[in-house]
Design a protein. Structure first.
Ligand SMILES: [Zn+2]
Length: 84
């Protein structure tokens, strides 16, 4: 009788721990990916692995590739300097 009760309690605890850790794993994977991307956008920084270009005329920064014309001052792409 007594050992059986311990078994039951252990099984119940394991099940609960398993459910909790699975849930935690899913939710943390999700939020870390979203928050790092959102943080980069919020700070106006280029997302990791993307080069960015700075307009030498007005200082406007564009991530990815230089635009044909600066959206702020209208300077051509040649005025953009790549920053690594
Ligand atoms: Zn500009």
């Amino acid at each position: 009788m007594y050992p059986l009760m311990i078994d039951d309690a252990e099984q119940e605890n394991n099940q609960r721990a398993l459910t909790l850790s699975t849930w935690r794993m899913k939710s943390s994977r999700c939020t870390s990916r979203n928050s790092s991307r959102a943080q980069a956008v919020k700070e106006g920084k280029a997302v990791k692995d993307e080069p960015y270009y700075v307009c030498q005329v007005c200082g406007n920064t564009v991530a990815g590739s230089a635009p044909e014309r600066c959206p702020v001052c209208g300077s051509p792409a040649s005025k953009f300097k790549k920053v690594d």
